[in-house]
Design a protein around this ligand. Structure first.
Ligand code: PHE
Ligand code: CO
Length: 284
């Protein structure tokens, strides 16, 4: 037992999860005994605040299944969620100490297992946290795993990730994840709504992403999206919009191998949608 900690991007402090608890697949037992009353209170405050913001901003599929996360007063036991999640879509959630390496992540998704960080942020981080915690992972990601189309999309993404690793194109694929599963918007009959977990678990970005005149909102298009860099430490400057989960699934169904090859020759877009002149991967 015991794995090396994982960091993505730049950070001034080491990740706080205890990776000594993780097995070879980076999963661990949910450390329920470690939760303090303050931790449960933090979860309750975040849940209350965030669920009050959802009407008119979150997509229907999310609002409808949110109650299936169970009690909102305390950090739920993952096993309790798994009873109903497994029946609904065959997915289960597994505890992890924090961010995990790409291979481990893709492998879990391909096996219909979603890694959920088990610790919660401190009371000083209610508005912003640099790493995913149990609130982001549970509240943001798990409701849509009850949706059969997203459930299949996520598994395909994991399988596609393992393939992209072999081809050396993880970065392009991760942009698709970023702009759909983390920061995706969907056009519903009533108007624009959020389905991305990074938005749905954020106090400020939910309204900003749906209503602010500042960011760009473009229809999701594979090439455009995979050519667009992203920022992890500010609200997004560009969002990509889908019409339905079925459309997302159909769009991403084809084999990406030829697409990756083509993308390598094309310039990237900055997170602010400005076209950058250098090709995605400079010829060596
Ligand atoms: N179709 C993609 C491929 O061949 C896999 C994938 C599916 C990626 C769904 C993202 C989402 O690589
Ligand atoms: Co996330």
């Amino acid at each position: 037992m015991g794995q090396a900690p994982v960091v993505y991007g730049q950070s001034s402090r080491p990740p706080r999860g205890d990776y000594g608890r993780a097995g070879a697949d980076y999963t661990c037992a949910q450390d329920v005994a470690a939760y303090t009353e303050q931790d449960h209170a933090t979860y309750r405050r975040l849940y209350e605040r965030q669920s009050a913001l959802l009407p008119g901003l979150a997509c229907r599929a999310f609002i409808d299944v949110l109650p299936r996360l169970g009690a909102k007063e305390r950090i739920p036991r993952f096993d309790d969620i798994n009873d109903s999640l497994c029946k609904a879509t065959g997915w289960q959630i597994v505890a992890v100490p924090g961010l995990i390496p790409e291979t481990a992540f893709f492998t879990l998704l391909a096996d219909r297992k979603f890694p959920v960080t088990d610790w919660i942020r401190t009371p000083g981080e209610l508005d912003y946290i640099a790493e995913p915690d149990v609130f982001h992972d549970l509240f943001g990601h798990v409701p849509l795993l009850f949706n059969p189309v997203i459930a299949d999309y996520m598994q395909r993404y994991g399988q596609g990730g393992l393939k992209a690793e072999k081809l050396g194109h993880c970065e392009m694929l991760s942009r698709l994840y970023w702009y759909t599963i983390e920061f995706g918007l969907i056009r519903e009959e009533q108007g624009l709504r959020a389905y991305g977990a990074g938005i749905l678990s954020s106090g400020g970005e939910l309204r900003y992403s749906v209503q602010s005149p500042v960011p760009r909102r473009l229809p999701l298009e594979l090439k455009r999206t995979m050519r667009t860099r992203y920022k992890i430490d500010t609200y997004q400057q560009t969002y990509f919009v889908i019409d339905s989960f079925e459309q997302l699934f159909a769009l991403t169904e084809p084999d990406f191998t030829p697409l990756y090859e083509e993308l390598e020759t094309l310039p990237e877009y900055g997170a602010d949608s400005e076209l950058l002149i250098a090709p995605a991967r400079a010829a060596s």
